[in-house]
Design a protein around this ligand. Structure first.
Ligand SMILES: [Zn+2]
Length: 369
């Protein structure tokens, strides 16, 4: 059983840049080209919070590996599901904050790095992707490319994206796993909490949005959560089942991955020839162990990421301390110049469609979750 614990990275000495990190942008891209060539279309990509920072979604940790927001205490799974008055308070706090924190994540658009990863998938260079992000941005980027392909060239199965820690776009009840879209649940929350809804609309109007963490939670100093109304599962209620707790489809700290997700992630690693790891500190064990499994079985692992990571001392992991998107772009420019076909045309059409948004209260560059 892998329980997701609140990730922390032990402080370590700052190492001088290694050989890979010191490569010029062109040579870094050439190194990536050689790496993907060797993967023969079976390279598995693993991404983390660092990839979504440019979409205005804050990473948990800054460049030194510490929490970017030291006051942030994420809610734990056992608190969220506790069937007591105390648990009810935890749920009020969680959903009130999440009610305000969700719209920026819902409205976020893929940044260039999401587009580049989707391009690697569409071009068959690295068809499978595991992401630790719950922001739905990789699927959004993949559908951008898919929609610019002519219908006859669209691959029958959708691109393979495993959201290791789930997605904020859906919710389900704990008793019967009744699924609903988060947008529907958000509308239900809005209807039940008109004052909070007013606050949400006001911040949308003024653009003054509260500080949002990668899990869609916000910091709201001094807010009174006790008045927030949290609905139970609508479908259970229709069947006469009372107090059925609703939870977003994301893996909380202290929660375990479902066996299906765990097994799928392990089998994606087994069937991959090598791993390309982008924008992550691999602080959560569920992701770290995938890299460890690959490295221990002799597979090559190339990591392109800023900031310290849990895999930095792992034998067999080559790390390029760079912004992943920059290396991918230089590489893809060369790929689309020297290749042709409907997939290449589709990639060309969307390559510049990524949007960079800086989170409003970021003082300097932030990296990696
Ligand atoms: Zn239900």
């Amino acid at each position: 059983m892998v329980r997701i614990s609140i990730p922390t990275l032990p402080p370590g000495p700052i190492l001088p840049p290694n050989e890979l990190t010191r490569l010029s942008p062109t040579l870094a891209a050439a190194h990536l080209a050689e790496f993907l060539e060797r993967g023969r279309g079976r390279t598995l990509v693993i991404t983390g919070a660092g990839v979504s920072v440019d979409s205005g979604i804050r990473a948990y940790r800054g460049k030194d590996g510490h929490y970017a927001n030291p006051n942030y205490k994420p809610i734990l799974y056992h608190e969220l599901v506790e069937d007591t008055p105390r648990g009810e308070l935890f749920r009020k706090r969680y959903w009130a904050r999440s009610f305000l924190g969700y719209p920026p994540v819902r409205d976020a658009t893929p940044n260039p790095t999401h587009i580049y990863v989707a391009a690697l998938q569409a071009l068959g260079l690295a068809p499978n992707l595991i992401t630790q992000n719950v922001d739905n941005l990789h699927p959004k980027a993949a559908s951008l490319i898919l929609s610019s392909l002519p219908p006859q060239a669209r691959p029958p199965p959708p691109p393979s994206i495993l959201e290791l820690h789930g997605t904020l776009a859906k919710v389900h009840c704990l008793k019967h796993h009744h699924a609903q879209s988060r947008d529907d649940f958000q509308a239900e929350l809005a209807g039940l909490n008109p004052i909070w809804d007013g606050e949400a609309k006001e911040s949308e109007r003024t653009g003054r949005r509260p500080r949002t963490n990668p899990d869609g939670d916000v910091d709201l100093p001094g807010a009174d959560f006790t008045s927030f109304v949290v609905p139970t599962c609508r479908i259970c209620a229709e069947e006469g089942i009372k107090s059925s707790i609703v939870k977003p489809n994301v893996v909380f700290f202290g929660e375990t991955l479902t066996p299906h997700v765990r097994d799928t992630s392990l089998s994606l690693v087994s069937s991959a020839s090598q791993l390309l790891v982008l924008g992550t500190s691999l602080a959560t064990y569920s992701a770290f162990r995938l890299v460890k499994q690959a490295a221990e079985s002799g597979k090559k692992v190339l990591m392109i990421s800023l900031g310290p990571s849990r895999a930095d001392k792992l034998a067999g992991v080559d790390k390029m301390e760079r912004k992943a998107g920059d290396v991918l772009r230089t590489y893809l420019d060369e790929v689309v110049k020297t290749n042709s076909g409907p997939e290449v045309d589709a990639v060309k059409a969307v390559l510049d469609q990524g949007v960079v948004i800086t989170p409003p209260d970021v003082e300097g560059p932030r990296a990696e979750g």
